[in-house]
Design a protein around this ligand. Structure first.
Ligand SMILES: Cc1cc2nc3c(=O)[nH]c(=O)nc-3n(C[C@H](O)[C@H](O)[C@H](O)COP(=O)(O)O)c2cc1C
Length: 258
C-alpha cells in the first residue's frame, strides 16, 4: 500500500535556512529524537545537540560564517562514533576474555560509523518535515577539525559526519524546487557506466539553464554547470580546508597516539 502523504512529503522537501527563533518544545524534540533513532543502524554514531548560544556562534564562525547556524533553534552534530564501543570493549576486557589483544578501531569502522551517522541524520530530516519543521545540512562542519574537536571535546574515535540545523520555517519560498537529474543518469545497471561529456551536459542541463538565467556561469555566462562547479566549489578555499581537516582527523584515527 502506498502512503501518499509520505511520498508527497519527500517530493516537496526542500532545504530551509531561516527559522522562527522561538525555542523548540521539549516534547517535540523528544519525539524528533525518537524518530531519528528509528533509522536503520549499527549504532556507531552519536549526536551532539548544540544548545549553548556561544557555541552556536563559534560554530557559525568555523563553518564559513553561515549565520543560519547561530539562528537555528535546532543544531545537531552527527558523529561517526566508534569511541563508545571501543572504550566499552577495553574496559570490559573483551579481547583478554577471549585470550586476545584488542585491535584499534580500523578504517572500516570509521566508514560504518559515517554510514550510521548520515543515515540517522537523513531520518531526522524526514521526521522533522513530518512534524512540520524544516532543515538544512551544513557541509562545512568537516572544516577546522582542531577547533571543532576542542570545542566539543571529541575523542579520537568520534569524528564529525554531518551537521543538521532545523526548526519551523520563517516562510516557505515559492521558487521551484531545486532540480534533480533523470534517474537513468544516476542509476547504473549491474556495473559502473562511464558517462561521456555529452551525457553529463544533458544530465545537468537544467542546472546550466537555471544558472544561465541567474547570470552566474563563467566565461561571460556562456559556460556550463561543470565550469561553475570547478570555479566555485572544486577549487575553492573551503574545499581545500575540508580536505586538510578531514586528513587531520583520519590521520589521528589511524595513528598510534593514545
Ligand atoms: C552534504 C551536504 C552539505 C550541505 N551543505 C550546505 C551548506 O553548507 N550550506 C547550505 O546553505 N546548504 C547546504 N546543503 C544543502 C544543499 O545546498 C541542498 O540540499 C541542495 O541545494 C538541494 O536543495 P534542496 O535540499 O532544497 O532540494 C548541503 C546539503 C548536503 C547534502
Amino acid at each position: 500500500m502506498m502512503n501518499d502523504e509520505v511520498i508527497k512529503l519527500i517530493e516537496n522537501r526542500r532545504s530551509i535556512r531561516s527559522f522562527e527563533e522561538r525555542p523548540l518544545d521539549p516534547e517535540v524534540l523528544d519525539k524528533l529524537k525518537r524518530l531519528t533513532l528509528r533509522c536503520p543502524t549499527g549504532g556507531r554514531f552519536s549526536v551532539i545537540e548544540i544548545v549553548d548560544q556561544s557555541k552556536k556562534d563559534k560554530l557559525c564562525a568555523l563553518c564559513e560564517n553561515q549565520v543560519m547556524i547561530s539562528r537555528a533553534p535546532g543544531v545537531w552534530l552527527f558523529l561517526s562514533d566508534m569511541e563508545r564501543f571501543y572504550s566499552w570493549m577495553k574496559e570490559k576486557k573483551c579481547a583478554e576474555n577471549f585470550g586476545e589483544s584488542l585491535n584499534k578501531p580500523g578504517i572500516g569502522t570509521f566508514h560504518l560509523g559515517m554510514q550510521d551517522a548520515i543515515i540517522a541524520a537523513q531520518n531526522a530530516v524526514i521526521a522533522a518535515e513530518a512534524m512540520g519543521m524544516h532543515s538544512c545540512f551544513v557541509g562545512d562542519i568537516i572544516e577546522n577539525y582542531e577547533e571543532i574537536q576542542a570545542m566539543f571535546n571529541l575523542p579520537k574515535y568520534a569524528v564529525p559526519a554531518c551537521l543538521l540545523i532545523f526548526g519551523y520555517a520563517k516562510s516557505i519560498p515559492t521558487s521551484p524546487l531545486t532540480s534533480r537529474p533523470e534517474p537513468e543518469y544516476v542509476f547504473m545497471k549491474d556495473g559502473y557506466k562511464h558517462q561521456s561529456v555529452d551525457e553529463c551536459e544533458k544530465m545537468y542541463e537544467k542546472n546550466t539553464v537555471s544558472f544561465r538565467e541567474r547570470g552566474v556561469l563563467p566565461f561571460d555566462n556562456t559556460g556550463s554547470y561543470i565550469e561553475w562547479y570547478y570555479r566555485k566549489k572544486y577549487t575553492s578555499d573551503w574545499m581545500a580546508e575540508m580536505s586538510r581537516s578531514v586528513g587531520v582527523f583520519l590521520d589521528r584515527w589511524l595513528s598510534d597516539e593514545a
